[in-house]
Every structure is written in structure tokens, then in C-alpha cells.
Design a protein around this ligand. Structure first.
Ligand code: IMP
Length: 498
């Protein structure tokens, strides 16, 4: 006898997405310029609640650096070797520091040529010189070697370094005190030494300047930029080990279907081995999916199946959940467990960001919206008189070629839209290769998105994201309402996006 289909569908509500709703303007006493856009994700404070998608046309070190400097956080993609990904984490971590705790140094026997090679490899303008007991004996900076001749390059660094009247400070010196010392002595680098004179840290003017320029940057306790990285299921432990070693702050178990055995086991293994690292699990779209990930140890749950702008999962597999309902269902389940959710996919405008929060998100992940910025990987293309940048799904045929093949063809649970089950070695793509409009510098774009979010908070009367989540009314709109929402009955002449 044939069994009956699951009839839950016909008794339930419709599932909705961003364009189905609007925020109802409510009583407001807040000015957009005064609202707080801060959020906390498992102990990580973000002044801007934005994460960049772990995609090879979105997040590598340059974008992760820029986004963290604006107050969000980047998630490095995993369509590269373990070594390459760990090197990218290292690059972000070394791009800015409060105090450099393990400064690169040279021995007094090194030559000027050695020093120059080291400084250019690490993009630094000076290097402390230490003896075999790590005791500081001098410091060599670009200034000391500016006019050196070819012959002098083979002489030891001790002939050129500053060693007399070396200005140092004790371990534990605050950044504020360091600023005074640097200023008083008109120097650029302040080595920190212990009671035995051993080098224990370095504070530089460059790092302090960076901090002053971007006071809202997302920093770790050592004053370095925070960064996340994606791992899959196949080589999860090996990859996580290298990333943890490089100092990653967040590990994202980044898969198409998080409510599945392989993903749940991976979350549990990773969290058990690295309890101090924030683990984001996903993607799921149901209450049960949230519960399974949280029981396995996920600190944060990522929500979205098939919502991505480059995603064809819903067409290819017929599976998914309209994103606003997914956020709401998952956020309510996660709130019961004290866990935040990240809305991932389908967010193109700042208005979508506002709606994602109103439905319960604690932060949003952006692919499409960030793929067009200067810092995203890939070259500019001129098409039909406009500038574009490549943007492709991680489950697209292009992304799954070459190195991606072994990363993404490992089974249906491998990556967001990683393609369906591998039928006889043939993988079905669940994403497209596309392009998005060139968007200029990330800082400019992000300030537009933040401005839109602030404006939405003003309409909702929400002074912070918690109020936006709990006090906002959403109303469902019809097709006519949606048409009315966009510019209509005019010929738009400006090229700006909304
Ligand atoms: P977007 O911001 O709407 O472009 O969505 C980005 C999100 O789509 C990513 O963070 C992933 O969760 C998801 N995604 C990335 N690549 C693919 C794919 O090839 N197919 C389906 N979903 C994808």
C-alpha cells in the first residue's frame, strides 16, 4: 500500500522572504545617527553586525582586513589549501596589532641583506636585534639603512643598528603610556623588555595610528583584527588545527545542509578540541536543525538554504525555505537555547538587513552585497559600459573545478550549494557563475549599508539591535505593494543602487 504524503504543509502558514514584508513605521524617539548597531556573537563584539561570506569571490585577507577595520568580521573561504588559508589568517592577524607579542627579530650576526629580506617579507620597517638569550641589543630601522651602499649589505647589522640610548619600556606598559614615550623620544618603535632585558613585545606608531583611524574595528584582546575561516566536513580537523595555530577567532562549519550527520559530528569534534574558539554551525532553516547544532556544541547558528543570490539549490534540488521565515523559526528556537543566529543569503539591500534583524537575526552574512568592492578577489570587467566584478556560487561548476573539486565534491553535505550527491562521479552544480556591479571601496559601501540600517531603526523606533529584534512590527505586502515599494512610473536616471 502507498503511504500518504506529509500533509503538514496544507495545514500550516506560508513561508515568507524579505520582499514579502515591510517594517511598520512605529513611534520613535531615536535619531538614526544615535542608534547603536553593535551586536555580540558568542563573546565577539561587533560594532557593525556584518559578516562576509566564505566565498572565493568575496573573502580573502584584504576584504577580511577592511571589514574588521569597519567593525564587522570576514570569514575566509576554504577553496584553497590548508596552508594557504592559514597564511591568510596570519596575514589578517599581522595587519594590525595593539602590541606585537612575538615580534620578528634578528641575531647580531645577520647581515644588512638578511635584514632587508626579512623586513620586505613581513612588510615591516624595522627589526629588533636580539642575542642568543633573546636579550635586546639594538634596533634596526629603514632609516638606518636608507643610504647604504652595495658593499655595506654584507656587513653585520650591528654596524648600523641603534644600540646606545635605546628607548624601551617594561612588559605591561599600556598603549596610552606607550604613546607618550613614542612621542617624547620621537621614535616609531617601542620594544618591551622583561627584567632581564629580553625582548617580549613591540609597540609601533603605525599600529597606534591604525587604531586611531578606525576606533570601531573588531579587535581581539591583543589588539589584532579578528577573523573567521570556513572549514568543511572532509578535512575539518586538519584544517581547523592549522587555522587555530594561526590564531583564527571563529571557525565556521560551512555546509549546504547543516542538519545532517556529518556536519553535526564535525561541530562536536571541533568544539571539543578547540573550546576557546567560537564555532558557527550551519546552514539550517528549521527549529530541529538549530537544536541539533546547538546540542553538538555550536556557539552560533547560521541560517539559510537556497536563499543566496547565486544559488540554484531550490531549482536543482527543490529544497529550501524562504529566508525570512527561516530566520524567524531558527531565531526563536535558538533564543530558547541562548544562542544567536546569523542570517546568511538573500540580503542585497540595507532594507533586507533591517528585516533580517526584525525577524530575529543577531548578525547578517553578505556575499552579493560585498562581492563588488575593491577588496574582493577578482578583476574588474567592463561590460556594456559598466564596471563589474565576478561573483560565483561555491557550488557552481567553476568553483568546483580544480582544487575545489576535492573540497566540494566530497558529498552533498560538503559546502553551501556544493552540488547534490555525487552520482557516479558526476556532480550537479547548485550555484551559478555571475557578476555584480563594481562598488568601489568597502568602507564606502559599508557606511551606506550601515546608514540604511540606522535609518530602518529610526522608522522602527529601535535604539539598538535588541529593540529592533523584539519591538518591530512587520507587515505582509502584496505584489502591488512590492511594486509600489520600488521606484515606479518613472524612468530612473541615476545609476545608484538601493
Ligand atoms: P548572497 O549574499 O545572497 O549572495 O548569498 C551568499 C550565501 O549563499 C553564502 O554565504 C552561502 O551560504 C550561499 N552560497 C554560496 N555559494 C552557493 C552556491 O553555489 N549555491 C547555494 N548557495 C551558495
Amino acid at each position: 500500500m502507498l503511504s500518504l504524503p506529509n500533509t503538514e504543509l496544507f495545514a500550516g502558514r506560508d513561508a515568507l522572504t524579505f520582499d514579502d514584508v515591510l517594517v511598520v513605521p512605529g513611534w520613535s524617539e531615536v535619531l538614526p545617527s544615535e542608534v547603536s548597531t553593535s551586536t555580540t556573537i558568542a563573546g565577539i563584539d561587533l560594532r557593525l553586525p556584518l559578516l562576509s561570506a566564505a566565498m572565493d569571490t568575496v573573502t580573502e585577507a584584504p576584504l577580511a582586513i577592511s571589514l574588521a577595520r569597519e567593525g564587522g568580521i570576514g570569514i575566509l573561504h576554504r577553496n584553497m589549501t590548508i596552508l594557504e588559508q592559514a597564511a591568510q589568517v596570519d596575514r589578517v592577524k599581522r595587519s594590525q596589532a595593539g602590541m606585537i607579542t612575538a615580534p620578528v627579530s634578528l641575531s647580531p650576526n645577520a647581515t644588512l641583506a638578511d635584514a632587508e629580506a626579512l623586513m620586505s617579507r613581513h612588510s615591516i620597517s624595522g627589526v629588533p636585534i636580539t642575542d642568543d638569550d633573546e636579550r635586546l641589543v639594538g634596533i634596526l630601522t629603514n632609516r638606518d639603512i636608507r643610504f647604504c651602499t652595495e658593499a655595506e649589505y654584507h656587513r653585520p647589522v650591528t654596524d648600523f643598528m641603534t644600540s646606545r640610548n635605546l628607548v624601551t619600556a617594561p612588559v605591561g606598559t599600556s598603549l596610552e603610556d606607550a604613546v607618550h614615550i613614542l612621542h617624547e623620544h620621537r621614535i616609531e618603535k617601542l620594544p618591551l623588555v622583561d627584567a632581564q632585558g629580553r625582548l617580549r613585545g613591540l609597540i609601533t606608531v603605525k599600529d597606534i595610528t591604525k587604531r586611531v583611524q578606525k576606533p570601531h574595528a573588531t579587535l581581539d584582546p591583543e589588539g589584532r583584527l579578528r577573523v573567521g575561516a570556513a572549514i568543511g566536513v572532509n578535512d575539518a580537523m586538519e584544517r581547523a588545527e592549522a587555522l587555530a595555530h594561526a590564531g583564527v577567532d571563529v571557525l565556521v562549519i560551512d555546509t549546504a545542509h547543516g542538519h545532517s550527520r556529518g556536519v553535526i559530528d564535525t561541530v562536536a569534534d571541533v568544539k571539543q578540541k578547540w573550546p576557546e574558539i567560537v564555532v558557527i554551525g550551519g546552514n539550517v532553516v528549521t527549529r530541529e536543525g538549530v537544536q541539533a547544532l546547538v546540542s553538538a556544541g555550536a556557539d552560533v547558528v547560521k541560517v539559510g538554504v537556497g536563499a543566496g543570490s547565486i544559488c540554484t539549490t531550490r531549482i536543482v534540488a527543490g529544497a529550501g525555505m524562504p529566508q525570512l521565515t527561516a530566520i524567524y523559526e531558527c531565531a526563536t528556537a535558538a533564543a530558547d537555547l541562548g544562542v544567536p543566529v546569523i542570517a546568511d543569503g538573500g540580503i542585497v539591500t540595507s532594507g533586507d538587513i533591517v528585516k533580517a534583524f526584525a525577524a530575529g537575526a543577531a548578525a547578517v552574512m553578505l556575499g552579493n552585497a560585498l562581492a563588488g568592492v575593491d577588496e574582493a578577489p577578482g578583476d574588474l570587467e567592463l561590460v556594456d559600459g559598466s564596471m563589474w566584478k565576478t561573483y560565483r556560487g561555491m557550488g557552481s561548476a567553476g568553483a568546483m573545478k580544480g582544487r575545489a573539486a576535492d573540497r566540494y565534491a566530497g558529498g552533498q553535505m560538503g559546502a553551501p550549494g556544493a552540488g547534490g550527491p555525487d552520482h557516479g562521479g558526476k556532480h550537479v552544480p547548485e550555484g551559478v557563475e555571475a557578476r555584480v556591479r563594481y562598488a568601489g571601496a568597502l568602507s564606502k559601501l559599508v557606511s551606506q549599508l550601515a546608514g540604511g540600517l540606522r535609518s530602518g531603526m529610526g522608522y522602527a523606533g529601535a535604539g539598538n539591535l535588541d529593540e529592533l529584534r523584539t519591538a518591530t512590527r512587520l507587515v505582509r505586502v502584496t505584489g502591488a505593494g512590492l511594486r509600489e515599494s520600488h521606484p515606479h512610473d518613472v524612468q530612473v536616471v541615476t545609476d545608484s543602487q538601493w
